[in-house]
Every structure is written in C-alpha cells, then in structure tokens.
Design a binder for this molecule. Structure first.
Ligand code: SF4
Length: 446
C-alpha cells in the first residue's frame, strides 16, 4: 500500500515538471514514506532521514519530508530531533505533498539566486488532518517501460481494532472508492501495457460495505471484482489482504466463475490459538479460519494460500504456539510471513501482561519458519514436471540475463527467453527445478 501511495506522489511531481532520480544525492526533494506496522520500520526511516540530513550543508535548498503512517502518528514531534526536516504529511494528505514541497523548494531556489547564503530558511509544514474523500486521490500511476503488473488502491482505512495494530489510528476509518473510478483506472493501466492488477485495501473484502449496497446478495467487493473482470486486455486479478470477517459465500463462489482471479490468496491468520486470537481482538476462531480456507480450496482446487503470523504475542503459551504450528501444518500454507511480536505504542497489546522475552520470541520464530520453509519447498517441488501459466514481468531481479514471471499461484518462475518478445505475455513454462523461493523452467513455445 505504501508503494502505491508513493507512486501517486511521484506521479504528481512528474506532472509538476520534476523527474524521479535514481539516487537521493541528485534529488532536490527527498521524501520518506513511512510504515508503522513494526518498530523496526520506524527506526529504519528515522535512521535514513538522519543520514540524509548530513547533505544539508552541501545542498541547503533540498527539501526533506516524511509521509505516511509514522508521519501521521507522530506529527510535529518528528521535527524535534530532526532539524533539517521540512515537511510531515499524514496518510490522508498524499495529494498535498507536491504542493507543500514545491512551495518550499521554489522559495529556497528564488532566494538562492539572490544570495546563496539565504537558501536555507527554517519554514516547515506539518499536515496530518483528516480529509474527506482522500481515498479517491490515490489513482494515478507512473508506469514504467514494459510494466506488466500494477497495484490499485480501492479503499483506505480500517474499522477493526486489532490490539497489536496502529493502522486504525494512522489510516482512519474504512472508505471505499466508487467502482466506476476503479474500473477506469484499470482500463487506463491496461492501455499502457499492464496485464495484472492487485486490488489493495487494509481489509479488501470489506470494500464499500458502508457506502454501497449489496446487489443480488453480492457484496460491493464481489461486484467490484466482476466489474474489473470485464476490463478487456486485463489477464489477471489479485487482491490483498482479505480478513476472515466478511469472507462470505459470494466471494468464495467468485473463484468458480471469474477465471481472471488468480489461484492465490494472501490470508492473514495471525495465530492458530483461539485464546490468542481473542487477545489480539481478531473476531474469529481458528475453526472459522480453517473452514474458509477449505471452502476456498474446494472452489479453486489449485489455490495457493499464504499468510501472516505473529509469534510471541503477550501471554502466548507453548500450547498456544503449538496450536499455531499445528494449523500451519494442517492448512499447508504455500508460504508465510512470520513476525516476532513487537510493541507498538498506543496499542492495547503493548500494555498487556505476559510480555515474552525476546529469546522466546526468537525460538518460536525459528521453529515456525522451519515448518513454513519445509512446506514451501514441498509445495514447489510438486510443481516440477508440470506446465505452469506464467505472466512474464521482465528480467530476473537477481540475474538480468534471465527472465522472470509469476504463476497464478504467485510463485516466481525463472527462465531464459527474449525480453522484448516475452515481457507482458502469458505462456506455459515447463517447471524443471524448485527451491523454497523460486521455480526454474523452460518456456513451452507453440
Ligand atoms: S484488520 Fe487489524 S491488523 Fe489489519 S489493518 Fe485493521 S486493525 Fe490492523
């Protein structure tokens, strides 16, 4: 989601006559889009801004800013320890970033022409107010040459209150964009060569539930999937992340009659223990989560499921943890992001009794990762010898001599071929080798 928001901001700068530099040392404005989900992410952003500030003496006109969740939650406080910071813009104000940065930069450059010593003045802007309809402002893209996939933000905010999560404070209440706007955005992307879109929302399957009515028993999200499915030239649709709440039959069924929906869902489980789910304020039980996964696998037999899991949540006993391990084995996830619980300020979980030592969290993290990696390997190995439909996205990230693509199950496939001819195409690849992370094969040419 942050990546998508950053793209929107970049687009506004491009439209305003700026160019996106490949190195921060060449830039006149440097913006760090921040994430608050984990403490580590905030520390990284603070460290990065600190290092960049050392350039101020060499290039005093440069504008420095924070955007996103940490900007939203900390606001003016961020200026205290960062004297070179100029702009702090919250999650509902991405569309104002250009205006703020451009005004400061223009003033500085004008002054510099008169007298270089006057180029740095201390003006700063902090805007973290709520803004009605801000969800409708994340809609423009900076498509790159041969870009085949794109993220489309369909909503903002979250009405849940998971006890470990800072998002409801940083992103506000759920707000969905109109279906017609989203479809137009997808059409525009397809006209620029995009073949696959990923619809983004904090709880994507709850899209539009407070704004738009059900039609023929179908939720607004399923109505949206059907509308996007109609976009000519679009080959694949993904979405992330759904929540067990609101994951109803209409969505399960959509996988039986919408072939462009990819055979993969990223479905955060967080824990396999009912006691921990309750403490997390996740309003479902382990049984319900398993039931949805099984119904989804029945609807789409080749469905791959990946998940997010937090280990070492306050009060998590060995039994709770083993319940998580058992559920991972039962559901045979294709992969999982395993996180050690980390305290987030202003969240109920941070104040809970039963905080666990880091060593316990680390041991559980390692134990669960071992299980996850073995399953990922097993799931990939069974694909050796099969032919998989792959959307080629261009050169491999690790070896520019080779090409890469993804299967409908979202598995990375590496192969040889002609970049110009194959990028953006969907074709079969015979899978010949597998690791836990990637598949390797040969395109089947017709
Ligand atoms: S569902 Fe829970 S974890 Fe996800 S964004 Fe909302 S509050 Fe955070």
């Amino acid at each position: 989601m942050n990546e998508r928001d950053s793209e929107q901001v970049a687009r506004m700068f491009v439209e305003g006559g700026y160019t996106v530099t490949s190195s921060e040392f060449d830039a006149d404005a440097i913006l760090v889009n921040t994430c608050s989900v984990r403490d580590q992410a905030e520390q990284k952003a603070l460290g990065k801004m600190g290092i960049m500030g050392k350039q101020r003496r060499k290039k005093p006109h440069v504008v420095y800013g924070y955007m996103g969740c940490m900007a939203q939650s900390r606001g003016n406080e961020l200026f205290k320890n960062t004297p070179h910071l100029d702009v702090v813009v919250g999650t509902q104000k991405y569309h104002k970033v250009f205006q703020y940065v451009d005004s400061i930069l223009s003033k500085r450059l004008e002054r510099r022409m008169d007298d270089p010593s006057l180029s740095f003045t201390g003006e700063s802007i902090c805007d973290i107010e709520e803004e009605k309809d801000s969800q409708n402002t994340i809609r423009d893209h900076v498509t790159k040459k041969n870009q085949t996939t794109a993220f489309v933000s369909i909503m903002q905010g979250c009405n849940m209150r998971c006890s470990f999560c800072i998002v409801p404070d940083t992103r506000g209440k759920e707000r969905g964009r109109p279906i017609s706007d989203i479809v137009d955005e997808c059409r525009g992307l397809v006209s620029k060569g995009v073949r696959e879109v990923t619809l983004l929302g904090q709880i994507v399957n709850l899209y539009g539930r407070t704004e738009f009515p059900k039609v023929d028993g179908k939720s607004p999200f399923v109505q949206l999937l059907e509308a996007v499915h109609e976009v000519k030239g679009l080959e694949r649709i993904r979405f992330t992340s759904p929540h067990p709440i609101g994951y109803r039959s209409d969505l399960v069924e959509a996988f039986t009659y919408l072939p462009k929906l990819c055979s993969h869902i990223h479905f955060p489980m967080q824990s396999g223990s009912d006691a921990i789910l309750k403490k997390m304020r996740r309003p479902y039980k382990h049984e319900k989560f398993v039931e949805i996964c099984n119904r989804m696998k029945a609807a789409r037999p080749d469905l791959a499921i990946t998940t997010d899991i937090i280990v070492g949540f306050p009060g998590e006993t060995d039994e709770d943890f083993q319940a998580t391990v058992a559920t991972v084995k039962e559901l045979e996830f294709d992969n999982a992001f395993v996180f050690r619980y980390s305290k987030r300020r202003n969240t109920p979980a941070a104040e809970m009794e039963g905080q666990l030592p880091e060593s316990v969290k680390e041991d559980r993290n390692q134990e669960l990762l071992k299980v996850v990696n073995e399953l990922a390997m097993k799931k990939n190995e069974v694909l050796v010898g099969t032919r998989q439909q792959v959307l080629c996205t261009g050169p491999s990230k690790t070896n520019k001599e080779r090409l890469m693509g993804r299967t409908g199950q979202n598995k990375v496939v590496i192969f040889d071929g002609d970049e110009q001819r194959m990028t953006g195409e969907v074709f079969e690849v015979l899978i010949e080798e597998a690791t836990g992370f990637s598949l390797y094969g040969t395109p089947v040419l017709k």
